[in-house]
Design a protein. Structure first.
Length: 113
């Protein structure tokens, strides 16, 4: 199983970014996918989840601003991030659990004030 995330960058507060994570080596459509993030000197936190049935769930801090989605044909999960805040700064990781946790390499999002 491999997860390749991309789409991070530097953006001003109030701006937007869209992250992508392409999966390989598994039956993507059957798996729940997650985005986590880790801010400097903080623990990794769950940002958003999307199930195989496209049900979604979000961390309280991103509700109403972030949207997780998936394209099973492209084997890709997305995270649309709107109205970004400086506290959204961190490394974002895509994740799935299939007998164990698999993590993408991480993509850095920096939001300037």
């Amino acid at each position: 199983v491999q997860l390749q995330a991309c789409g991070g960058g530097l953006v001003q507060a109030g701006g937007c970014l869209k992250l992508s994570c392409k999966a390989s080596g598994l039956n993507f459509s059957l798996n729940t996918m997650r985005w986590y993030r880790q801010a400097p000197e903080k623990e990794r936190e769950l940002v958003a989840t999307i199930t195989s049935g496209h049900s979604t769930n979000y961390g309280d801090s991103v509700k109403g601003r972030f949207t997780i989605s998936r394209d099973n044909i492209r084997r890709t999960v997305y995270l649309q991030m709107n109205n970004l805040r400086p506290e959204d700064t961190g490394v974002y990781y895509c994740n799935l659990y299939l007998h164990r946790d698999y993590w993408g390499k991480g993509t850095l999002v920096t939001v300037s004030s």
